[in-house]
Design a protein around this ligand. Structure first.
Ligand SMILES: [Zn+2]
Length: 137
């Protein structure tokens, strides 16, 4: 049994040799395809076709041997979505630190920064512009 599993693993490894594999764009396409296929049940069968096309594109990219082209597609995808991804990460960080940190804005440059929560009135130096401002946290 162990030998059989090792043979399958080796065959998969040989098959994927020189191929691109998974990346953020491919995984996003697959997640969207799965969501569309679930949405197709109550709404429209056209979503099923879109879902299938997205899944085919994802699999074709995964098995592609043109690695530089797939890398450049993924880089363009990550660059395009960098701002919303960073925004989501910031919101997540704010949520996880909500009990220990208060997020305030600099009155001069409107940059957001964190202060320890529950310390009362604090005089803070903005990390972006260096101006001092008072905050109650
Ligand atoms: Zn500032």
């Amino acid at each position: 049994m162990q030998d059989f599993l090792e043979k399958i693993r080796s065959a998969m490894s040989n098959f994927m040799y020189g191929r691109y594999g998974a990346d953020q764009l491919g995984l996003t396409l697959l997640v969207i395809a799965i969501i569309f296929s679930f949405l197709a049940i109550p709404f429209s069968s056209y979503l099923n076709i879109v879902s299938l096309l997205l899944a085919i594109v994802a699999v074709v990219r995964l098995l592609s041997r043109n690695i530089p082209a797939r890398r450049s597609e993924n880089r363009a995808f990550l660059t395009f979505f960098a701002k919303p991804i960073n925004w989501v990460r910031r919101q997540y960080k704010k949520w996880t630190n909500r009990k220990t940190k208060a997020y305030v804005r600099c009155p001069y440059c409107h940059a957001e920064f964190a202060l320890p929560k529950g310390k009362g009135r604090l005089r803070a130096t903005c990390p972006k512009c260096g101006e001092k401002s008072d905050h109650t946290v």
